[in-house]
Design a protein around this ligand. Structure first.
Ligand code: PRX
Length: 671
């Protein structure tokens, strides 16, 4: 097993750390061999066999690479970038950045002046190097027995056909294309086809309603919307084309092609600048409408490929399955681009992990002999062998130590290291993640920063804190996969991410360095412990994560108040056994309106219609009034405590404009 027999080797190697490395603040820990040894009960060591074959097999090796990546980012990343195909090498400094708004506009560039194409690098390059007949995609349909696969050569044909079709209907370099598809092979095909011709894709998760789709279409003004007639998810059919038709009416457009004819299977590549946009992906913030996170080509390519290779210790013989939908960033970076850039065989699954029953995931793992399995920490029990697995990955929400141990012991048979990858839509790829084989894991910790990433923990005033502490997680310099702007709103980009803490990118997450600690005011911090391991425990803003779907509470509130009988709404996240977080809505009705079950249902329906079923509130809590400060600000801290029934932790309520509303809310809690 992983946890026994090899501690000594690690502890010895930890004590042999080069002393200069200690200056890299967040790594102080790994060097403290003694500290690790004394805490060995928390540690899960990689087996000798695993470590021996790993890309990075010791803390020293990591530290040497990490040190170079932050001291000489240009050299480090250009060496890696050189493994890709560039029509023309970059002619400007490898990276340039301004992370400090006081010094002018925020700007990030990598490999500027270089000409490349990410589709070429995913497909043509791998085909030329002998992988034409390797399976690129194993597709497993929603219904049992429905399956398909494509080799790299076949995938290229399909991508080219669609690319030719898009060109024929007038899509040009720089044009936006919205993709609204379920997890068919056509979804990655459509992404790659856009990339091939330099079009900017914007995938909208097929669980979004027509109104959400319309909102995104209005924002990015695509030339084309790619969709399909209908999809089955579990036992239910969803008529996507009808939803698109409704959205196009809403956004006042017409001219819909509802089929993609067969076009020639070869298509010239459009060479694009490394800084030309690759895609837009809308994501939720704490306020306002969804933000169009913009990623460019070169840096994103290099970063997703490299993070994939190292965090999963990817080898050409692996079969890789990521359960995420391409409607979210995980599906962009780690279903499509990262794996295909590495020439991997990827399982794409259309369905729900519980259909026809809870064993479906393990059925698929066994069927395809999946070796790397990447998923959200919401899982189900098991009766399959899973012998093929060698690496597990987790993403999207903090995984608590007991869930971690279950994933490790049961799913991975105590044999497979877990890469708990912390990252965001904005970061493009993994930021804090284990490199399996390199160092011992701690259940529940995302451990250490990836190459080139310099996380810092700051206090409320934006002052960096060293050592064991809690605070806000920021990043102090750019990495190739960073997003470059919010589409059409660079000011919002600067205000949201770079102004809260001058000189840093602010993640919106808390971080801490002492296990279990929370900062005041009910915020969930990330922490870094005395060994330098990072513990992320959630957002510090009003963004919540429901079954891996990122939702702004403000969006749910605005859907709720659009209901004619709702006067005011306040939404908070609350712990949920299955979904990670659930949506808890406090509702004040218009004067004189009685509470009723019917009204409750109709409020929930309004949210389903405006955003999508995944954003439907789990709980409606009737609220005659909401706790507000004298200046009218809703005290969400108090609402969170009421929602989680931590009634003895309400804190000081005397500063409220109307303190009695708190008692009213408690009385109505179970109505
Ligand atoms: O709060 C963090 C949480 O998910 C947020 C990012 O959401 P999104 O942009 O939708 O991307 C999700 C997939 C990358 C983060 O701000 N999060 C993501 N990964 C982890 C996590 N929280 C704890 N541990 C993680 N491994």
């Amino acid at each position: 097993g992983m946890a026994t027999g090899n501690k000594l080797r690690h502890v010895e190697s930890l004590q042999e750390m080069p002393s200069g490395a200690g200056k890299i603040s967040c790594l102080n820990a790994v060097i403290l061999g003694e500290a690790l040894a004394s805490e060995e009960n928390d540690l899960v060591f990689p087996s000798d066999d695993f470590a021996r074959q790993a890309h990075v097999s010791s803390p020293q090796q990591y530290l040497e690479m990490y040190k170079r990546s932050v001291e000489d980012p240009a050299g480090f990343w250009s060496d890696i970038a050189s493994e890709f195909y560039w029509k023309q090498k970059w002619d400007q400094p490898v990276c340039s950045e301004n992370f400090d708004f006081r010094k002018g506009n925020i700007s990030i560039q990598w490999f500027k002046g270089g000409l490349t194409n990410i589709c070429y690098n995913c497909l043509d390059r791998n085909i030329e190097s002998g992988n034409a007949d390797k399976i690129a995609i194993y597709w497993e349909g929603n219904d049992l027995g429905v399956e398909d696969s494509l080799t790299y050569a076949q995938l290229l044909d399909r991508v080219c056909q669609l690319a030719n079709y898009l060109k024929a209907i007038g899509v040009k370099k720089g044009d936006a294309v919205v993709i609204y598809l379920p997890m068919l092979m056509e979804l990655p095909i459509a992404m790659l086809a856009c990339a091939r011709i330099g079009a900017v894709h914007s995938v909208v998760f097929a669980g979004f309603s027509s109104e959400s789709l319309a909102q995104r279409i209005l924002d990015c003004k695509p030339k084309v919307v790619i969709t399909c007639n209908a999809v089955k998810r579990g036992a239910k059919a969803i008529h996507l084309k009808d939803i698109v038709d409704a959205a196009l009416v809403d956004s006042a457009k017409n001219g819909i092609s509802d089929f993609v004819p067969k076009y020639p299977p070869t298509c010239e590549v459009e060479w694009v600048d490394a800084e030309d946009p690759l895609f837009l992906l809308y994501t939720s913030g704490s306020t306002g409408k969804p933000k169009g996170v913009l990623h460019t080509t070169g840096g994103y390519m290099v970063y997703t490929a490299t993070t994939f290779k190292y965090a999963f210790d990817y080898k050409p013989s692996d079969i890789y399955w990521c359960t995420a939908d391409c409607g979210w960033i995980t599906g962009h970076s780690y279903v499509t681009y990262g794996p295909l850039l590495n020439g991997a065989s990827v399982v794409v699954f259309e369905g729900a992990p519980t259909y026809p029953d809870a064993g479906r995931c393990w059925d698929i793992v066994d069927k395809f002999k999946v070796t790397i399995f990447y998923t959200a920490p919401t899982l189900y029990v098991t009766r399959y062998s899973r012998k093929s697995l060698r690496v597990l990955g987790s993403v999207g929400e903090p995984i608590n130590p007991s869930a971690w141990r279950w994933f490790f012991n049961v799913v991975g048979n105590s044999r497979c290291p877990i890469s708990d990858t912390w990252w965001q839509t904005e970061t493009g790829g993994f930021m804090i993640t284990p490199l399996p084989g390199a160092w011992p894991l701690k259940p529940g910790s995302a451990t250490f920063p990836f190459f080139g990433v310099q996380p810092v923990i700051v206090d409320e005033k934006g002052v960096e804190i060293e050592g064991e502490c809690s605070g806000y997680l920021c990043v102090k310099s750019s990495w190739p996969g960073a997003f470059r702007t919010l589409y059409g709103d660079h000011e919002r980009y600067e205000t949201t991410y770079f102004k809260p803490f001058a000189g840093y990118y602010f993640t919106g997450d808390g971080c801490s360095r002492s296990n279990g600690q929370k900062i005041a005011d009910g915020l969930h911090p990330c922490f870094r412990d005395k060994d330098g391991y990072h513990w992320l425990t959630g957002r510090v803003d009003d963004v919540i994560n429901v079954s891996g779907h990122r939702i702004g509470t403000a969006e749910v509130e605005s859907a709720l108040v659009s209901h004619p009988k709702c006067a005011e709404a306040a939404v908070v996240g609350v712990e949920h056994e299955v979904k990670g977080q659930g949506i808890y809505a406090f509702i004040t009705l218009v004067e004189g309106e009685p509470y009723s079950e019917e009204l409750r249902k109709s409020l929930i329906l309004t949210v389903r219609k405006q955003i999508g079923a995944f954003a439907a509130p789990d709980k409606i809590h009737w609220a005659p009034g909401l706790p507000k400060t004298r200046s009218g600000k809703i005290m969400r801290r108090i609402l969170r405590k009421i929602a989680s029934r931590q009634l003895d932790e309400l804190g000081d309520t005397s500063t409220l404009a109307e303190p009695h509303v708190v008692e009213q809310l408690i009385e109505l809690a179970d109505r």
